[in-house]
Every structure is written in structure tokens, then in C-alpha cells.
Design a protein around this ligand. Structure first.
Ligand SMILES: [Fe+2]
Ligand SMILES: [Fe+2]
Length: 158
């Protein structure tokens, strides 16, 4: 299961001010740490060829488990934010902004589904790095460009 961990150093810049959304972001971002541990060669630009079969199988299993947790949690998180948009009336008042936010949710979900489709015990190192890049982009772009704006637009109603 995903377990809570504090935001890294840049934490304050990632907060939205919405307690529930921020707590879920912490859980999702804890995956970044788990990912780095999933591949022994994370910091080396190498594939799984340098690892023995048992290690490669363990890394593959860790990635499969992590992707399962992540997808389930991410989909629920995105659905929750989209429900907040609808219930607050923002989907009507700020339609364009909400549409762009939802499009980005769909794009992130699709990128992660593409990684699931590409699962291959011989390519775990590459897939771990790809997933790490997606999550970092989500952290630096999506939270700042979409989630923080969503909560700012909600503020008069909170
Ligand atoms: Fe979002
Ligand atoms: Fe979010």
C-alpha cells in the first residue's frame, strides 16, 4: 500500500491549502521514493542486463505491485478532484480551466497505463525511470498548474 511521507524540500510550494487533496498528494508522492528503491541501478543509465535473473524478477514484481497501488489511488484522486469541481459549480463557472485540468488527468492516467502495457521483466529499469519522470512532471507541473488553481478558485466557497 502507499504510505504517507512528507513532501521533499520544496514542500511548501506544492501545497494547495486543501487538507484532503494535500494529504493525497503526499501519499502519491511517496511513490517516488519507493520507485527509486525498486531498481538497484536507478541512477545508472543501464538496462536490466547487468542484474542477475533473481534480482531482475524481484524488481519487476516490485514495479508491478507499485503500479497496481498507484493506478488505483491515482484514479480515485482524480475522480475526487473532478467531483469537487462539479459540486462547487466550477465546471460551469470556470469551464475552460476545468476542462484543461481534466484533460491533464486523462493524459497522466494514459501515460501510466502505457507503462503497464509495456511491462517486461527485461525492461524494468527503463520503465521505473519512465514512471519516475511521469510522477516528477505531475509533481512539478500538474500540482502547480492545475491543482493549486483549482483550490484558489474554490477559496471563496471554502
Ligand atoms: Fe488534478
Ligand atoms: Fe491532485
Amino acid at each position: 500500500m502507499l504510505s504517507p511521507s512528507p513532501f521533499p524540500g520544496s514542500a511548501p510550494g506544492l501545497l494547495t491549502g486543501h487538507a484532503e487533496i494535500d494529504q493525497e498528494h503526499r501519499l502519491l508522492l511517496s511513490t517516488l521514493g519507493r520507485l527509486r528503491e525498486a531498481c538497484l541501478r536507478f541512477d545508472e543509465p543501464r538496462d536490466c542486463g547487468g542484474c542477475d535473473a533473481l534480482t531482475a524478477a524481484q524488481c519487476h514484481n516490485t514495479l508491478v505491485e507499485l503500479l497496481g497501488d498507484l493506478l488505483m489511488f491515482l484514479i480515485e484522486h482524480f475522480q475526487k478532484e473532478e467531483a469537487i469541481m462539479k459540486e462547487s459549480g466550477l465546471t460551469t463557472r470556470e469551464r475552460e480551466i476545468c476542462e484543461r485540468h481534466k484533460e491533464d488527468h486523462a493524459a497522466i492516467s494514459q501515460t501510466i497505463l502505457d507503462i503497464v502495457t509495456a511491462l517486461d521483466p527485461a525492461r524494468t529499469a527503463h520503465l521505473v525511470r519512465s514512471l519516475h519522470t511521469v510522477l516528477e512532471r505531475w509533481q512539478h507541473n500538474h500540482i502547480r498548474l492545475h491543482d493549486q488553481i483549482l483550490v484558489r478558485l474554490l477559496l471563496p466557497a471554502l
